[in-house]
Design a protein around this ligand. Sequence first.
Ligand SMILES: Cc1cc2nc3c(=O)[nH]c(=O)nc-3n(C[C@H](O)[C@H](O)[C@H](O)COP(=O)(O)OP(=O)(O)OC[C@H]3O[C@@H](n4cnc5c(N)ncnc54)[C@H](O)[C@@H]3O)c2cc1C
Length: 421
Amino acid sequence: MSVSVWQQRPGKADHFRCDVAVIGAGIVGAYTAFSLAAEGKQVALVESRFPAAGATGRNAGMSLMGAADNYATGVARFGRQGARHLWELTRENQAKTRSFVEKFQTPSVKSGSYILAIDEAESALLAEAYALMRQDGFAVEFSKADPFGRGFGSAIMQPDDFGLDPVALVQALIEAAQPQVKLFAPAEVFAIGRGNGGRLVVEARGITVECDRVALCTNAYSPLISPYFADKVAPKRAQILLTAPLGRRVIDRLAYMNYGYEYFRQLEDGSFLLGGGRSYHRELEVGYDEMATGWLQATLEEILHKYFPDIAREAPIVRRWGGTMGFSVDGLPLAGQLPYVPGAFAPVEKPFVPAGEYETVPTPVDAEPSGIYFAVGFTGHGLGWGMVTADAMLGMLLGRASEAGLFDVRRLGNKTPGLPY
Ligand SMILES: Cc1cc2nc3c(=O)[nH]c(=O)nc-3n(C[C@H](O)[C@H](O)[C@H](O)COP(=O)(O)OP(=O)(O)OC[C@H]3O[C@@H](n4cnc5c(N)ncnc54)[C@H](O)[C@@H]3O)c2cc1C
């Protein structure tokens, strides 16, 4: 994320003037740019690689209600009111996503999902989660026995969950926002400063954007843009394997198992997708490299053989991949305004501390508001709550709200709690 003086001589870049620069064209950046266009804004969408190059284009494409592995855990972590509010927000996010998928006719499967237990302790927790969800008005069903008959425990069924193609959705959002959204890609942003006259100047390879506001939609990559994020968002790798198409339907729903650490779905062409396994390799599955690693893929294969030996026998694995998720320090997304204009990107100075409460280095604060807003830190659930977090950011960016509610970064104060994952 750095550019040498030789690579970017003054005057070489084209100049573009607009109202807002959105940085990062994942699901959150595409949705943000689309929403700003709907408000009549002229927008530059600046992406270092190509749309959906990051986690958005590498995920499992599962739109799930919920903000943690199950509702009982959510209640224990966020309190009853907090959990209910969070789950309602994810339901709102899901309705938005569904409306886009239907409007743009991008691929999706209305299958519902199972949250599956892998042992008795998780089965008991899911029974508790189900009872709490019903009391709080969530339309879910419960099965004491494994609905797949493959050695799982109890299951919660969430009928409104669905599968989607996240790349197609991002492309459709960007296309629908033409001509008000101008996409610059590949164009890696390497500095944000203030120009003459006080406007913000976003410098990227090949393009300089002059604008009034910036929306950072860079999730895991945010600490590379400003050290402000270094103790708030950490890059964690997630991986997936995919088999060749099977000649039959094996499962008819999306599924999430082992406290959400593993997930699987059968795609429309019959191929079987299995992801997760990072809880077995926590220390190694960090950083920005999107590679598939031998140790984690071996774990995924073990899981495949344990629960789906027939699939392992019938269909070879044809693809393996990794992606970078941005985990926030307390597990909830972060929205707000940067307290200062970062200038040329500095090296990360405040390392992410994964456990324990500690005082952060005081953050510099500019005398005037920076005008740089952000929606980041989706902790593996960006399809679940990315849009509602972007809405909270947009409320501030458009001057309609002074805070971002539950997702407001100021909840962290100057103390950063330990990461619960
Ligand atoms: C394997 C895997 C499986 C997952 N499965 C699911 C799932 O089923 N359901 C779910 O809800 N979530 C899932 N997630 C998480 C989900 O993909 C993310 O939370 C979500 O995609 C985050 O979206 P985003 O737009 O914030 O970030 P990203 O998609 O990462 O987009 C950020 C963009 O910013 C760009 N960028 C970075 N730095 C710069 C710069 N300096 N200049 C310009 N551009 C820059 C990047 O290239 C990238 O395109 C999964 C993630 C992975 C990796």
